[in-house]
Design a protein around this ligand. Structure first.
Ligand SMILES: NC(=O)C1=CN([C@@H]2O[C@H](COP(=O)(O)OP(=O)(O)OC[C@H]3O[C@@H](n4cnc5c(N)ncnc54)[C@H](OP(=O)(O)O)[C@@H]3O)[C@@H](O)[C@H]2O)[C@@H](O)CC1
Ligand SMILES: Nc1ncnc2c1ncn2[C@@H]1O[C@H](COP(=O)(O)OP(=O)(O)O)[C@@H](O)[C@H]1O
Ligand SMILES: [K+]
Length: 493
């Protein structure tokens, strides 16, 4: 698990650790890690041109001390001080002693091999002010690699919100712990590759992170375990209520995602024309024209993709919500939930909602652009308001549960932004719910595998939703299975 903490936790941990160490120790640890990364990126330090953008806080101090280390190894280091009177005194002295120079001429950026962004870190507030913004823009237009210190300046470290001009880094060297703003968009896409430097904060951080990102090993551990006794019913039955005469394809894609999830059996409740189409593509589906409540027993439902928003669809949703098993509501189901059910999921079993930004905005009565700009806040808010686990789709998918846990998905590609991929995701997560994964795990594991399948399918070229289904087995294989290969569940004869 990659854990990220809100700035207030980082500051508290820093204070507790600093109280046990000689003054300046943490900054030296940070600067050493930063300089090591810069040296590696430069592929040799001697004679290279490094420009430091230095704000008046400790973020600037880190940049100055790292600059001094590079200057001692023969780099030509120029520092541009945003506020010369308030720049970190110790860092300035170290840089001067190492032969670094102060300059007021931003043209040095144009000739630099590497620019170190030490304008603001966890102390930054809002978008960059004009002087800082000009330097950030000049660095973006130059050939140099841009390395952000701790956080790209202009990105809110706790939330990933970017409220104006901000640095776009190739690499961010962050200290002590990840910050949510490095994992959640739009901040994440300003951070580039994120490298963590351990400065010893770990023992002083709370057990529960503000935001966590699953890694392959976590996914492998969370996937259901198969054994010799496994059969289709024990694996779980997932019910799908999707498709309509107008949108039959949505059911094909949702069922496809569900078949390649962890359930052993997929049941579809849909109109005849939808069933015919689904059976052509997926003959293994068990189909029923009956209402969901009469379609047979399931361990989880997926309801919504392409089902329409008329009264028949409303009644189908009502029946599914009245069941005592986990339910995933997507697409038209979300529209119906807002229109007829007060946007709430008051149920005894878990509910998962999978809106994109537009659907999330509608359920909250907010603007889509605000949801996209402040993804973490809105995902949490919808989870609190609905009592459901909410997965907000789009660039950096987020999952929040009503108890406050948040996961951010590290896989995925913008190539997934194509019609129908959301239907595949719904089927996949529903299948994981039917297999018994708790809502937060099902949603975050589903998003992880879906994002990975999207990447494997796209490989830098356009894809269609069915390509994502086709690559789900490869995505499963690539995370492995912590419970050992399935074929070993039966002894060889
Ligand atoms: N935590 C740790 O364990 C460790 C932390 N360490 C390091 O300390 C960093 C935190 O340092 P920090 O607290 O001094 O704040 P910092 O990020 O330098 O920003 C404050 C400055 O930014 C300015 N400023 C603000 N907003 C602005 C804007 N929009 N546009 C322009 N300027 C703006 C603000 O100006 P002012 O408002 O005062 O005029 C002030 O000058 C942390 O990120 C890490 O790098 C490591 O050394 C060791 C371990
Ligand atoms: N820019 C992006 N980066 C990464 N993933 C994206 C991006 N845009 C869309 N996606 C993903 O593509 C899928 C689209 O789902 P959705 O909007 O519901 O489409 P549809 O309703 O057509 O199935 C989601 O999994 C979403 O996270
Ligand atoms: K910075």
């Amino acid at each position: 698990m990659r854990n990220a903490y809100h700035v207030e936790h980082v500051r508290a941990a820093e204070a507790a650790l600093m109280a046990r160490l000689p003054e300046g120790t943490l900054m030296q640890r940070a600067a050493a890690g930063l300089a090591a990364t810069c040296a590696r990126l430069l592929g040799g330090v001697y004679g290279r041109r490094v420009v430091l953008l230095v704000g008046s806080g400790d973020n600037g101090g880190d940049a100055l001390y790292a600059g001094a280390r590079l200057a001692r190894r023969g780099a030509r280091v120029d520092a541009i001080l945003l506020n010369p009177e308030r720049a970190h005194a110790g860092g300035l002295a170290a840089l001067r002693a190492a032969g670094g120079r102060m300059t007021g001429d931003p043209a040095v950026i144009d000739a630099a091999d590497l620019v170190v962004d030490g304008i603001t870190g966890i102390g930054g507030q809002g978008g960059l002010r004009p002087g800082a913004a000009e330097l950030a823009a000049r660095a973006a237009g130059a050939q140099a690699l841009v390395v952000a210190v701790d956080v790209p300046s202009g990105v809110d470290a706790s939330t990933g919100v970017v409220e104006g001009p901000a640095v776009r880094a190739d690499v961010t060297v962050t200290f002590g712990t990840y910050k949510p703003g490095l994992l959640v968009d739009p901040g994440a896409s300003h951070a580039g590759v994120v490298e963590l430097v351990d400065i010893g904060l770990g023992p002083y951080l709370p057990a529960e992170p503000t935001v966590a990102a699953l890694q392959a090993g976590d996914v492998a551990r969370l996937l259901p375990e198969l054994s010799a006794e496994t059969d289709k019913y024990r694996r779980g039955v997932v019910g799908v209520v999707a498709g309509s005469d107008r949108f039959p394809g949505a059911a094909v894609l949702t069922v496809g995602g569900a078949l390649y999830g962890a359930a052993g059996y997929v049941r579809l409740a849909a109109p005849r024309r939808v069933i015919d189409l689904v059976l052509q593509r997926w003959p293994e589906t068990v189909c029923s024209e009956a209402r969901p409540g009469e379609a047979g027993r399931v361990q989880a439902w997926v309801v919504g993709p392409g089902m329409g928003t008329d009264e028949v669809a409303r009644d189908r949703l009502a029946e599914v919500l009245a069941s005592d098993v986990p339910v995933l509501v997507d697409a038209d189901g979300l529209t119906l939930l807002g229109k007829y059910f007060g946007g709430r999921a008051d149920r005894s079993a878990p509910t998962v909602l999978t809106p994109h930004a537009g659907e999330c905005a509608r359920l909250l009565g907010a603007e889509r652009a605000d949801v996209e700009a402040r993804r973490l806040e809105h995902t949490r808010q919808l989870a609190e308001r609905t009592g459901a686990t909410v997965l907000l789709k789009g660039s950096t998918t987020l999952v929040a549960d009503p108890a406050g846990a948040v996961r951010v998905n590290p896989t995925g590609t913008p190539w997934l932004g194509t019609a129908g991929t959301g239907d595949v995701l719904s089927g996949l997560i529903g299948s994981l719910l039917a297999a018994g994964l708790p809502a937060l795990d099902a949603a975050s594991v589903g998003a992880y595998l879906h994002g990975l399948a999207g990447r494997l399918a796209a490989d830098d070229a356009p894809i269609a939703a069915h390509d994502v289904i086709d690559h789900l087995p490869a995505a499963w294989r690539s995370v492995g299975n912590d419970h050992g290969p399935v074929r070993d569940a039966r002894p060889c004869l």
